[in-house]
Write a protein that binds this ligand. Sequence first.
Ligand code: CA
Length: 233
Amino acid sequence: MGARVLLVEDEAAIADFLADNLRQDDHHVHTVGGVGEAVAALERIRPDVTLIDVGLPDGSGFELCRQIRGGAAGNPEVGVIMLTARAEEQDRVRGFDRGADDYVVKPFHYPELLGRINALATRLGGGRRSDQLVVGPIEIDVRGRAVQVGGTPLQLPAKEFDLLVALAREPFRVHSKVELMERVWGYSIPTATRTLDSHASRLRRRIEECAATTERFVINHWGVGYALRGGGQ
Ligand code: CA
């Protein structure tokens, strides 16, 4: 499909590696090394997705994200994925507060980053909705409300099924608890996420039992939210 990707990264080795790989995967990539250049490029290139390193020579990637969402740089609706070397959850939360769509912590796995870019580009590109979702060994027939894991049928209660679909529409992405509550239960009370947590942990156990593996598919990002991955990472 080929998304327009603006990469804001001052480390040449990382920037070159990412740009080379993303081009091979059919994306159009423009690379800049700082906040100032990024602001100019956002106007000029109108990217679909922006990858922003947190530590930039002329400012913070978080600050750039805030400027974008505030309408001070390019299209406020552009997809934003933060690249951070700092794995502390507080940094992730801070980034979500400032409007990032997603996070990748360095050192990252390229296939995972690619998956997140593709998912975000698809979501922003009019949200083409598929009735068949496949994430690793997990196959979901959304309309038929049926799930198979490695070919074995898995029966799920309604809310656990809805939660799985919400996660599977954008695999790898960390979905915040607030977002999942709104999507699955139709409301969000910040203090009432225990319901979500218990559904997520039951869903995780059922998938693992069905897959007959100790591999984790439903990933709990403590204090932030959940992600679904296909294993093998
Ligand atoms: Ca940096």
